[in-house]
Ligand binder design. Structure first.
Ligand SMILES: [Zn+2]
Length: 185
């Protein structure tokens, strides 16, 4: 008797953007660049959130398909508008950002594990906007705490990734290893 077993393997490759901005809100902007949109599906968003440590390994709630990526793109567009204003040295319109931030809810939990007792902020994740609340908070951090003149776009016209210049170096390139291969000034 011959038994045939068919094994179907689904290999799904998720491309992630360069992780070089030095600030999570600018890394969010870099999920869209001159060559790629790295946020096309809910899975792309989850992979990016995990890499940026906004999510642990726990399963993500089962949202309606496409709602997470739509919320992430909405937050990215909000961030783009805010950063554009900062780069133009004008006061950003924070209405849309505040609406997004208002979706987030968190509470304190006491964690007891092998390292002892500690308090942790826990974020609700009943909706995609709540799952993205911590990302929204980094956009708020950019607005409130960061120096607009340190928010830069790579001088390489073929690259144009955003980065935050934490040093006094006056550098104008993003420093990503693939930058030079993306064209020249
Ligand atoms: Zn660059």
């Amino acid at each position: 008797m011959t038994v045939t077993i068919n094994v179907y393997l689904t290999l799904k490759f998720i491309m992630l953007p360069p992780d070089i901005a030095g600030h999570p809100a600018l890394d969010l902007l870099n999920t869209y660049d001159t060559t790629n949109d790295f946020l096309r599906t809910d899975e792309d968003v989850i992979a990016w959130l995990r890499r940026k440590k906004f999510l642990g390994d726990a399963p993500v709630p089962d949202y309606a398909e496409g709602t997470l990526v739509n919320a992430a793109i909405q937050l990215r567009e909000i961030t783009q508008a805010v950063v554009r204003s900062l780069l133009e040295r004008s006061v950003p319109d924070v209405l849309a950002l505040n609406r997004f931030l208002a979706c987030g809810t968190r509470h304190l939990q006491i964690i007891c594990d092998h390292s002892g007792l500690r308090a942790e902020d826990c974020y609700d994740a009943k909706t995609p906007e709540q799952l993205l609340a911590r990302v929204g908070q980094t956009v708020a951090d950019l607005v409130i705490h960061c120096e607009p003149s340190a928010i830069l776009q790579c001088a390489n016209e073929g690259c144009r990734l955003f980065f935050y210049n934490w040093s006094d170096s006056g550098r104008d390139r993003c420093g990503w290893s693939g930058c030079n291969s993306r064209g020249t000034v």
